[in-house]
Design a protein around this ligand. Structure first.
Ligand code: P6P
Length: 358
């Protein structure tokens, strides 16, 4: 007969014993979701199923023939990676088969795509997504991500209505999230009631609640920007970058630069440790590079739910009225103190001699 102590020393075979799955979480919080309908729970499940399939392909990129390019150029005039195409296919397929979504808008598709829900869905969800952000990293085994944004179409809006009717300001989102395919695979999302992070347990194929109620630190330890473009930056932005590089007058500490060419990964690290991601207007991208509908808006919703800020340098991202599916925006997103400081500098109110807490 084994003694109790020896039984207690047996390690858990997976996280299932101690943590809650994504599906259990959604059911458990059902009544708390601002969109507490079974239809919404199924929609989030559909996105998570696509995430697991995308993860499966990414984790075997060197074995499966999924690296490299498709040989086509997407609507962004970017050479499409095979994994871009796979991720786009899996998200659209999961949402079409799930039957809860009536419209998708993808970075990889020129126009929005009306889907015919296979049953009379109580809610008419529209999902916008960047299927694989930072995909240039996939061939060099660096982190990438998926970003999604969820709206309910107003009664008067039909899925095949004109863009300026279908596209709503980010403040009208009912959910948003991302999947970070990093050293582990994480599913992080909000429904307007805080931000929660789930880590994929490959041994059971479930996303397990590992980061409940995420809040971004007010101060930042990292800043992310491609300083190769510094000659394109405004004098105000260059002044802000000089201020960022100063040692803290009291602690002597310095903020660190981290820029890995994947918005999701830079954003995720800044969300957990505090920090600021910036993609300003540049010569190659006068309107900024990040797309409003499926990159800036969902991450702005998330970061505000976690206590952070997101602006285009002057205006709250979530208040921008979109007119095109693929429109871009300058983006400053992360810890509130850093986003607000960036805004002060960009509006000529910053001083390089001011201390971090001034
Ligand atoms: P650059 C990836 O293409 C992306 O949209 C973001 O994920 C990333 O932060 C940025 O572009 C990198 O752009 O111009 O610095 O190479």
């Amino acid at each position: 007969m084994s003694s109790v102590s020896s039984i207690e020393s047996i390690p858990e075979s997976s996280s299932s014993e101690s943590l809650m799955t994504l599906e259990q979480f959604i059911i458990d919080r059902h009544e708390k979701f601002s969109h507490a309908t079974g239809s919404f729970a199924r929609l989030i499940r559909d996105v998570s199923v696509a995430a697991k399939i995308i993860n499966h392909n990414i984790r075997r990129a060197g074995i499966l023939d999924v690296r490299g390019e498709t040989g086509t150029v997407n609507v962004q005039d970017e050479r499409q990676k095979k994994l871009d195409w796979i991720a786009d296919r899996e998200l659209e397929r999961a949402l079409r088969k799930g039957g809860e979504c009536c419209l998708v808008g993808s970075e990889e598709q020129p126009e929005t795509i009306p889907l015919d829900p296979n049953r009379e869905a109580k809610e008419r969800y529209a999902v916008f997504f960047d299927p694989l952000d930072g995909s240039s990293n996939t061939d060099v085994n660096a982190s990438v991500g998926t970003i999604f944004s969820v709206y309910t179409l107003p009664e008067h809006v039909q899925p095949d209505d004109a863009m300026d009717v279908v596209l709503r300001p980010g403040r009208e989102q009912v959910a948003a999230g991302y999947v970070a395919y990093g050293s582990s695979t994480m599913f992080v999302f909000t429904t307007g009631d805080g931000v929660n992070g789930f880590t994929l347990d490959p041994s059971i194929g479930e996303f397990m609640l590992s980061h409940p109620d995420l809040k971004i630190p007010d101060e930042g330890r990292m800043y992310s920007i491609n300083e190769a473009d510094i000659e394109d930056f405004s004098p105000e932005l260059r002044s802000f970058l000089s201020w960022l590089k100063k040692k803290d007058s009291e602690t002597g500490a310095r903020i660190r630069a981290r820029y890995i060419g994947s918005f999701v990964s830079d954003f995720h690290r800044n969300l957990l440790t505090g920090g600021l991601y910036m993609y300003p207007s540049t010569a190659d991208h006068p309107q900024g590079k990040l797309r409003l509908m499926y990159e800036a808006n969902p991450m702005a919703f998330l970061v505000e739910q976690a206590g952070g800020r997101a602006t285009n340098g002057h205006q709250r991202i979530l208040d921008i009225d979109p007119t095109e599916l693929h429109e871009r925006t300058p983006l400053y997103i992360g810890s509130p103190s850093l986003v607000e400081r960036a805004g002060a500098f960009l509006e000529g109110r910053g001083s390089e001699s001011s201390s971090a807490n001034a």
